[in-house]
Design a protein around this ligand. Structure first.
Ligand code: PLP
Length: 503
C-alpha cells in the first residue's frame, strides 16, 4: 500500500521521541482522529459472503499443503489499513480481533512502515542474529526500549520468539531459582549433573507449577501442563503432574456482585492453599504459580483485584514464584501498559511474560531469577531484533498518541454499549464485561456464539470467540469511540437477526 508523504510527515512529527513512563497517564480526547482520513472509513464494505470465492479457491490450494481447518479467509494486507482489514475478495471489515489480539497499531501504520523503510534499520531486517551468542552492537540500547515499559519492579528482560516460548522459559527460570535456593548455590553439583541425564533426582527434581482451570499459557509440554482451557489443546499429549486450581466463576458486573464473588474467590484461594500443601506432602512442591490477569482463551474470565493480591501473598508464603502471563493482556488494551498494574499489588510479580501486542515475545524477571551459567535459558534466535525496531515505533506512537487513555475511553464506550444491547436483547447475550477495551459477552451456547461471529463477519466486522460461548473484543490500540459505535450498531443488528431466527 502506498502512503502519502503528507500523512507520513504528519504521523512522524508525532512519533520520534523516546518513551517516558511518567507521561503514560496524560489525558487526551480520544475523539481526535489518530490516523489520517485516508486510513479510516465510514463503515465496512462487504461485496461477497466471507469467505468469498477467491478465499475459497486459495483455501483449496493451501489445503494441498497443510491443514487449513482453522483458516477463516485470506487477507490482502497491502490494502488493509488502520482498523480495517481487506480480504482476498475485496471485502473491507472493521477488525476488532487484530490477528488473535496481536497487532498493536492495526494495519500498515505509517510509523511502523517508516521504521521498516528507514535505511538505518535495514541491517536488523537483513541479518537475523543468534542473539544469545553474537548480538548486534546496538542490542544493549535496543533492550532499553523494552525496559522503559517494564512493569514496576523489573530491570531484567529476556526476549523470545513467542508467548509459549516466553512462558516455557519462565517456568525454567522458576525451577532454576527454586533449586538454587534449596541447594544454597546457583551451581549444580556433580551428582545433579549426572542424575539429570537419567531423569532421576536430585538432578531432575519433582517440582510443579500451579495453574488454573480455564488458564492458557501455550502448547509446549510445560505450558500445556499448566493450561486447562480447551480439551483439543491437550488431548493425546502426555502432561506433567502439576496442580490445577479452580479459577473463580464470578458474576458480572463484578462490583454489583461483590459479596457473592468474594465467597467464590475465597473458595478458590482456599483450594490453592490446599493444593500447595497436598503437593508438598507428596514430594512435588509448587515452585511457581502462573496466572493470567484475565483468562483469555478460557473465555474472558475475570477476578477481583483483591483475589490477585491474595494469590500473590499465598505464593510468597508458600515460597513459590508468582508468574503473571500478560501475553494477551499486556501492552495497553486494558488501559494500563500491564493489566496486573490494576491490582494494586504490594509486591510486584516475580516474572511477567509478554508477546502479541508487544510485537516480540519475552519475559521480565527479578534479578534473583537470572540463571547462572551459559545456555540455560537459550535457543538459536532468542527473538528477533527486527521486531524490536517495530516495537520502538509502536511504543513511540502509544506515548505520543496517548493510546492507553484511548483504550480507557474507548473501552467505556464499548462496555456501556454492550450493556445497553444486552439489556434490550437479554436472550441473545449477557455478562458484558471488560477492562479498558479488552471486552467480552456470553452467548447462550457455542453454536449461537459461532453463528454470531459468522453473521458479524458478513455484516463487516471481524471478531472471534473464546471459551465455550464468549465473544471477545481485542481491537488495536488505535480503535476509537467512533469505531466502537460502528461495531456496536452492527452487533445490535446481529442480535436482532439472531433473535428473528429464534435464538
Ligand atoms: C495468555 C496466553 N499465554 C500464552 C499464549 C501463547 O502465545 P503464542 O501463541 O504466541 O505462543 C497465548 C496465546 O494465545 C495466550 O493468550
Amino acid at each position: 500500500m502506498s502512503i502519502s508523504m503528507a500523512a507520513l510527515k504528519q504521523l512522524l512529527s508525532r512519533t520520534n521521541t523516546l518513551w517516558k513512563p511518567a507521561a503514560r497517564c496524560l489525558a487526551q480526547s480520544a475523539q481526535q482522529k489518530l490516523l489520517p482520513d485516508d486510513y479510516d472509513y465510514d463503515g465496512p464494505h462487504v461485496v461477497t459472503q466471507v469467505p468469498g470465492p477467491r478465499s475459497k479457491m486459495l483455501l483449496k490450494s493451501l489445503d494441498n499443503i497443510q491443514n487449513t481447518e482453522a483458516v477463516q479467509f485470506f487477507c490482502d494486507f497491502k490494502k488493509s489499513r488502520g482498523n480495517w482489514l481487506v480480504d482476498a475478495d475485496g471485502n473491507r471489515l472493521l477488525d476488532v480481533y487484530m490477528q488473535i489480539a496481536s497487532l498493536p497499531l492495526g494495519y500498515n501504520h505509517p510509523a511502523v512502515v517508516s521504521a521498516l523503510t528507514d535505511e538505518n534499520n535495514l541491517s536488523a531486517f537483513v541479518n537475523r542474529p543468534a542473539l544469545g551468542v553474537l548480538p548486534p552492537v546496538d542490542f544493549p540500547d535496543t533492550l532499553q526500549k523494552l525496559l522503559q515499559v517494564a512493569p514496576p519492579g523489573f530491570c531484567q528482560v529476556q526476549t523470545m520468539a513467542c508467548g509459549t516460548c516466553a512462558n516455557e522459559n519462565a517456568f525454567k527460570a522458576v525451577f532454576f531459582w527454586y533449586r538454587a535456593r534449596q541447594r544454597g548455590s546457583l551451581i549444580p553439583t556433580e551428582e545433579e549433573l549426572e542424575s539429570c541425564m537419567r531423569h532421576e533426582e536430585p538432578g531432575s527434581p519433582n517440582l510443579t507449577i500451579l495453574g488454573f482451570e480455564g488458564g492458557f499459557h501455550g502448547r509446549t509440554i510445560g505450558c500445556l501442563s499448566s493450561s486447562h482451557s480447551a480439551p483439543l489443546h491437550k488431548v493425546d499429549m502426555p502432561v506433567l503432574d502439576w496442580p490445577i486450581a479452580p479459577f473463580p466463576v464470578t458474576k458480572h458486573p463484578l462490583d454489583v456482585n461483590a459479596q457473592e464473588n468474594r465467597l467464590e474467590e475465597e473458595r478458590c484461594l482456599d483450594k490453592v492453599f490446599q493444593l500447595m500443601q497436598e503437593y508438598k506432602n507428596k514430594g512435588r512442591p509448587v515452585a511457581g504459580v502462573v496466572v493470567e490477569p484475565i483468562q483469555s482463551e478460557g473465555g474472558d474470565r475475570h477476578a477481583s483485584n483483591s483475589f490477585f493480591r491474595q494469590l500473590r501473598k499465598l505464593a510468597k508464603e508458600n515460597r513459590s514464584a508468582f508468574v503473571v502471563d500478560e501475553v494477551q493482556t499486556g501492552a495497553g488494551l486494558t488501559g494500563k501498559m500491564w493489566a496486573h498494574e490494576h491490582w494494586g499489588l504490594e509486591e510486584s510479580p516475580d516474572i511477567v511474560t509478554f508477546s502479541k501486542k508487544m510485537v516480540i515475545g519475552g519475559l521480565y524477571f527479578k534479578e534473583e531469577f537470572r540463571p547462572k551459567g551459559a545456555m540455560r535459558i537459550m535457543n538459536t534466535w532468542l527473538g528477533d531484533p527486527a521486531k524490536l525496531v517495530i516495537l520502538e515505533a509502536v511504543l513511540n506512537v502509544i506515548q505520543q498518541d496517548r493510546l492507553l487513555d484511548n483504550m480507557t475511553e474507548t473501552g467505556q464506550v464499548i462496555l456501556q454499549g454492550l450493556e445497553k444491547i444486552q439489556d434490550k436483547h437479554a436472550e441473545v447475550f449477557s455478562n458484558a464485561r471488560g477492562r479498558g477495551a479488552f471486552c467480552a459477552v456470553d452467548f447462550p451456547n457455542t453454536s449461537t456464539r459461532d453463528r454470531a461471529v459468522a453473521t458479524l463477519r458478513n455484516k463487516g466486522v471481524q471478531c472471534a470467540g473464546c471459551g465455550a460461548k464468549a465473544l471477545r473484543i481485542r481491537p488495536a490500540l488505535i480503535f476509537q469511540p467512533h469505531h466502537a459505535r460502528m461495531f456496536l450498531d452492527i452487533l445490535e443488528d446481529t442480535a436482532l437477526e439472531l433473535k428473528s431466527l429464534g435464538t
